[in-house]
Ligand binder design. Structure first.
Ligand code: BT5
Length: 240
């Protein structure tokens, strides 16, 4: 495993993608202290000041393209276990790509990939974890390990711990049910009332699970719907 460290990059996902295109091997990792153009899904900005853990992993899993959705759940499981192991903090998963403490987002995952026909060429798993930042420097709705525990931890130790957990569980990518059941067992909105914003629409219902394609199963008036994309909030997070 090779970790390439930078002080400042635009986005570690961009750096990793260039390396992956050039044939870099699986588990090549790019980490940075600061990202000037960190991003989330749909081009949303990801705030990446010093004190956080920002890194991207190149993977070349032998899975069909439709299995890629599983990687965000796989990564969430690894992040959750590593945070617990290194800091003692209990965190939960949230659909589709978040790790949270209560209603505060502590980590996010951005999975980008390239496929050729039925074959995945590479996957970049970008991980952002708020570690040592103070609450006042974080965006609204975010929290960090430090803001929660008042303790500071070494950034690279967390990178190593997350990688270790992911490597331990890598074979489970072939048995998505295991990944999904672990993820669901730690999900903050398990069987709870939620609201999902998809574009201009918002849908309310009870979160019933996730499927192997990454979709949220939402029950509304006794009917179960599959929601493939969106931003989820729990009713208790919403302003009255
Ligand atoms: C994500 O997107 O949560 C994926 C974040 C992935 C970041 C990593 S860092 C290493 C790698 N390199 C990158 O360029 N990206 C990856 P999404 O679910 O779309 O959430 C984005 C939203 O989270 C924003 O619109 C803000 O509301 C919020 N946000 C921004 N910065 C945050 C932060 N540091 N902590 C918590 N929430 C944040």
């Amino acid at each position: 495993m090779k970790v390439i460290r930078y002080k400042r990059v635009t986005s570690t996902n961009d750096k990793a993608k260039v390396l992956a295109e050039k044939g870099a091997s699986e588990w090549t990792v790019v980490a940075a202290e600061v990202q000037t153009r960190g991003r989330g899904r749909f081009g949303k900005k990801w705030q990446s000041h010093k004190g956080g853990v920002w890194f991207s992993i190149i993977l070349r899993p032998r899975i069909p393209p439709e299995g890629i959705a599983n990687l965000q759940f796989f990564a969430s499981n690894g992040i959750r276990k590593a945070i617990l192991g290194e800091t003692g903090l209990v965190v939960q998963t949230k659909w589709p790509n978040d790790v949270v403490v209560g209603s505060g987002k502590i980590a996010g995952i951005l999975v980008e990939s390239k496929s050729k026909g039925r074959q995945v060429t590479f996957v970049i798993v970008g991980i952002g974890l708020n570690l040592n930042q103070t609450k006042s420097t974080l965006p609204e709705g975010a929290t960090s390990v430090y803001a929660t525990t008042h303790e500071k931890f070494d950034e690279m130790r967390l990178v190593s711990a997350i990688l270790e957990r992911m490597r331990e569980d890598y074979a489970t990518l072939e048995t998505p049910d295991k990944i999904l059941s672990q993820w669901w067992a730690s999900c903050v909105h398990r069987s709870k009332n939620v609201r999902v914003q998809t574009g201009r629409n918002s849908i309310d219902g009870i979160a019933k699970g996730v499927d192997a394609d990454g979709a949220l199963l939402l029950e509304q008036n006794g009917r179960t719907m599959r929601i493939t994309e969106g931003s989820l909030s729990m009713w208790s997070d919403q302003p009255n």
